[in-house]
Design a protein around this ligand. Structure first.
Ligand SMILES: Nc1ncnc2c1ncn2[C@@H]1O[C@H](COP(=O)(O)OP(=O)(O)OP(=O)(O)O)[C@@H](O)[C@H]1O
Ligand SMILES: [Mg+2]
Length: 260
């Protein structure tokens, strides 16, 4: 059985891409077959795993475009898959930035990604979608395609603002199109154990949401190493395998597997 997880938060820079890359590699290290989909025109996931989006022809943009033109388009899967550090990747490129406008007049525009993913599900245990920071059509596509969502939340004062909008968007998709959608968990990222602020954010999140929403026990510590890794095109597991933050992502993978 394949589980599709969207890593999403319309707030920018909260650790979505970092989490997708490293959770995926951590799951692969535990023997799971993993596909990571880059659903952001910034292509940070693609670049962070060592690829140059300007040189790639077969991307998620091309897939969405083809499916928008012909819902029955048959996917030549091998062409669209890159591999790095034990995970497969469907890369993105800058053309993804104009796709939402194009989709405006397309039938089934909210389920195109689900249609695409259905061709890949048999080959993987986990498909992780790295969402863009917005609540637009592409993000709705991710929520429609997903079984669950992971919401990275930066351990900062303003993080909780905007959360209601995201949760509402999830509820809407759940009620209207995808009943099985659920929240895998809120994930506190960039946690700085030296500051009271980090502790307060965690406490506030638990106070507001703990009844209805799982917060992962694992928190991702703030780390310069994990911020450096993408510039080398590497996950934390090949850049600094013995770091505390590599350990955090390994522990997170364990929690995700145990959630089954
Ligand atoms: N645990 C961490 N400690 C320190 N820096 C981090 C950590 N996690 C991520 N970063 C850095 O913070 C920045 C934002 O992270 P990331 O790109 O993963 O966020 P994002 O939510 O995907 O952003 P966007 O909304 O732009 O897609 C990056 O420079 C990243 O390297
Ligand atoms: Mg990102």
């Amino acid at each position: 059985m394949c589980k599709v997880i969207a890593v999403t938060n319309q707030k920018g820079g909260v650790g979505k891409t970092t989490t997708t890359i490293n959770l995926g590699v951590a799951l692969a290290r535990l023997g799971k077959r993993v596909l990571e989909i880059d659903l952001d025109a910034q292509s940070n996931l693609t670049i962070g795993l060592g690829f140059n989006p300007d040189e790639i022809e077969y991307t998620i943009s091309k897939l969405i475009n083809e499916k928008a033109n012909n819902y029955n388009y048959s996917i030549d899967k091998e062409k669209f898959i890159l591999s790095s550090e034990g995970v497969d990747i469907i890369p993105s490129d800058i053309l993804l930035s104009s796709i939402e406008t194009k989709l405006l007049n397309v039938m089934n525009r909210e389920s195109i990604l689900k249609n695409i993913i259905s061709s890949f599900k048999n080959d993987y245990d986990y498909i992780l979608i790295d969402c863009l920071p917005s609540l637009g059509t592409l993000n709705i596509n991710a929520l429609v395609a997903a079984d669950s969502v992971i919401i990275p939340v930066q351990a900062q004062y303003y993080s909780i603002r905007g959360m209601e909008q995201l949760l509402q968007s999830i509820v809407n998709v759940k009620e209207q199109i995808n009943q099985k959608l659920h929240i895998e968990g809120l994930l506190i990222t960039m946690y700085d154990k030296r500051t009271n602020l980090s502790k307060e954010v965690r406490k506030t999140l638990q106070e507001i949401y703990s009844v209805e929403i799982n917060t992962f026990d694992t928190m991702i510590n703030i780390s310069t190493k994990i911020a450096e890794a993408p510039s080398q095109g590497k996950s934390i597991f090949s850049y600094q395998p013995n770091s505390e933050v590599a350990n955090n992502y390994e522990q997170l993978a364990g929690e995700v597997i145990n959630n089954e």
